[in-house]
Design a protein around this ligand. Sequence first.
Ligand SMILES: Cc1cc2nc3c(=O)[nH]c(=O)nc-3n(C[C@H](O)[C@H](O)[C@H](O)COP(=O)(O)O)c2cc1C
Length: 194
Amino acid sequence: MKLVGIFGSPRREGNSDLLLEALLGEAEKSGASIVRVYASELKISPCTECSSCETTGKCIIEDDMQLVYEQLEDADAIVIATPIFFYHVPAQLKCLIDRAQALWARRRKHKAVDNAKNRKGYLIAIGATSGQKLFDGVRLTVKYFFDAIGAEYAGEVLVRGVEKKGDVLKHPDAMEEAKELAKRLLATGCNETV
Ligand SMILES: Cc1cc2nc3c(=O)[nH]c(=O)nc-3n(C[C@H](O)[C@H](O)[C@H](O)COP(=O)(O)O)c2cc1C
């Protein structure tokens, strides 16, 4: 199984990184092949809505997103980990998500992506406050990102009330939940349909 982990925070080794690492470490132990994508360390320009991808199925912007496209198309499962920034994802991650429009065009208009692979997508999100609607925006965006890349939204770990770098380590229940998600993810597999 190939698992792509997308680190959405610009803060390295912050709370969402730690949760995603706990999940990936667990999956790695069980033999999954892991690819780590650090959104804030890649050069990914915003989508310019030039609509080229609708005609050709490809994004014309030649930057690091071209590598991400390859990894996403090859993945059996994808996990996005993100902090909440103003009830949404950080701008760096949003650029990556918007650029997935090319994969949507490829799938829906050009039928070019391997639709036989029933990919699964998972979300890890963490915020400092405790609001009821804290994860609503992120959950919707990530759901539609997964839809664009041909993945089914299959699970989530949502953690409230954590702010300072590394403070999630004081929440062993949350770390455990991330590891449990890895086990569930591996048990579900990628469900090849022929
Ligand atoms: C620019 C910015 C905006 C934020 N907006 C929110 C917010 O709307 N709601 C919230 O609960 N926390 C908010 N936070 C707090 C972070 O979500 C929180 O500190 C989180 O643990 C950071 O995760 P990280 O260490 O993975 O980056 C914000 C932090 C920053 C820097």
